[in-house]
Design a protein around this ligand. Structure first.
Ligand SMILES: NC(=O)c1ccc[n+]([C@@H]2O[C@H](COP(=O)([O-])OP(=O)(O)OC[C@H]3O[C@@H](n4cnc5c(N)ncnc54)[C@H](O)[C@@H]3O)[C@@H](O)[C@H]2O)c1
Length: 416
């Protein structure tokens, strides 16, 4: 398999990508302020950053900021359908090595990770932990040079923690996902908006009046359910966790098993980070015309082998919509091949949200470059998390109360 690095630049494509990047940049005050703060210092000079991220315009803003702060940056796409070719071309025009193309095969996807890892890297910025996993399995000789890195998403952090538990993880990784400035906003409101954006622009369907089944009431599921209700849908939640199930109930959702929800739902969304959440036994009981989409990190939540087995044929009937013609006479529609629907069928999270997440990524990479940490998975230091949030609030023109000395004493005391 050949690397998908391109040697000739399509100037028209690059121009379109540049417009997208410029559009995003103007709504990213956190990244702008970090660039202004560190530009003179060039803190990443001499560092080589390997990134595996969703290669669209907001990510390009992060990668270009890292470069402007002195880093050499090499990037691969973290999902075949989230890569935007025009954005990649704009980055290549500026001389960045970018290994990805929209619709790449699984073989190409992994070859692109290898293409990044063949470079002399010392910092890794990952989304889903594939880059980190691959360096540990195929490039062990490079491990000692890696200072560490940062991980963007819940599933990636889960994998890193499993590697640490098995005693394999050879360098420190900061869990950007677990910072408050990340999961409270990106996972909840980012996914909440962008999932519906992806579904609506792909299907042109009405959400109001539909029965929406949300599998997983974690940070992402809560956001998607919240926005579904605001759009006029009735929401059924499936969960494993008793507290989260009860929280869904208190939030006004129904709670059922997937088996119970399957014959009732109009739209099914998986956000669990788990696999085989929607399986053959569920699909066989669904209504004719049911819509299936996933927003969890990997395309294993809606179990496609079962879908294929139950179907006599599969037709692509619109961009990103596959109709599975089931042998029982019904059709179900799968969006974006069951990959992250907000990125496969849209542009991913809103810009202002990714400004926060990527601010954390930048600060975490900087922290890794400046501190000598033992191998393991680390939280983002609280002061960095708070500083990013304060910058965002300032940029939004929002001021906070400050404690009066008397209030401070009252909050700390017990006598009054
Ligand atoms: N689409 C995006 O842009 C985006 C953004 C952030 C995170 N993610 C991904 O979304 C997934 C969920 O992330 P999160 O932060 O909400 O995680 P989370 O851990 O907060 O929530 C996941 C929930 O799913 C539940 N669950 C697990 N298996 C289940 C099953 N079989 N049936 C029903 N419920 C089940 C868990 O109990 C948990 O409450 C992860 O894969 C994460 O990487 C996607």
């Amino acid at each position: 398999m050949e690397m998908t690095e391109k040697t000739t630049i399509d100037m028209e494509l690059a121009r379109r990508g540049r417009y997208k990047i410029e559009w995003a940049w103007q709504f990213m005050p956190v990244l702008q302020s970090l660039l202004a703060r560190y530009q003179d210092e060039q803190p990443f000079k001499g560092h080589s950053i390997g990134a595996c991220l969703h290669l669209e315009a907001k990510t390009a803003c992060l990668l270009e900021t890292l470069r402007k702060l002195g880093a050499t940056v090499v990037a691969a796409g973290s999902n075949p359908l989230s890569t935007q070719d025009d954005v990649c071309e704009a980055l290549r025009l500026e001389g960045m090595e970018v290994f990805s193309r929209h619709g790449m095969t699984t073989d190409e996807y992994f070859e692109n990770l290898h293409a990044v890892l063949r470079h002399d890297l010392d910092i890794i910025v990952d989304d889903g932990a594939d880059l980190v996993a691959t360096i540990h399995t195929d490039y062990k000789e490079k491990l000692p040079k890696i200072l560490g890195g940062s991980e963007e998403t819940t599933t990636g952090v889960k994998r890193l923690k499993a590697m640490a538990k098995d005693g394999i993880l050879a360098f420190p990784m900061i869990s950007v996902n677990d910072a408050k400035s990340k999961y409270l906003f990106d996972n909840r409101y980012g996914t909440g908006q962008s999932v519906w954006d992806g579904i609506m622009r792909t299907t042109n369907m009405l959400v109001a009046g539909k029965i929406v089944v949300v599998a997983g009431y974690g940070w992402c599921g809560r956001g998607v359910a919240l926005r579904a209700k605001a759009l006029g849908a009735r929401v059924i939640v499936t969960e494993l966790d008793p507290h989260r199930a009860f929280e869904a109930l208190m939030d006004g959702c129904e709670v059922k098993t997937m088996e119970q929800a399957a014959p009732i739902g109009d739209m099914f969304l998986t956000l669990t980070g788990n696999r085989k959440v929607i399986r053959g036994e569920h699909i066989a009981r669904m209504k004719d015309g049911a819509l299936l989409a996933n927003a969890g990190h990997f395309d294993v939540e809606v179990w496609k082998p079962d879908l294929c087995e139950l179907s006599e044929k599969v037709e692509t009937i619109r961009d990103n919509v596959e109709a599975y013609r089931l042998r029982n006479g019904n059709s179900v529609f799968l969006l974006g091949e069951g990959r992250l629907v907000n990125l496969a069928c849209g542009d991913g999270h809103p810009i202002e949200i990714m400004d926060l997440s990527f601010g954390m990524q930048l600060e975490s990479a900087l922290y890794i470059s400046r501190h000598s940490l033992k191998p393991g998975v680390y939280d983002v230091p609280e002061d960095l998390d708070l500083a990013i949030m304060r910058t965002k609030l300032e940029a939004s023109g929002i001021s906070l109360e400050t404690l009066l000395p008397e209030q401070e004493a009252y909050m700390k005391g017990w006598q009054e």
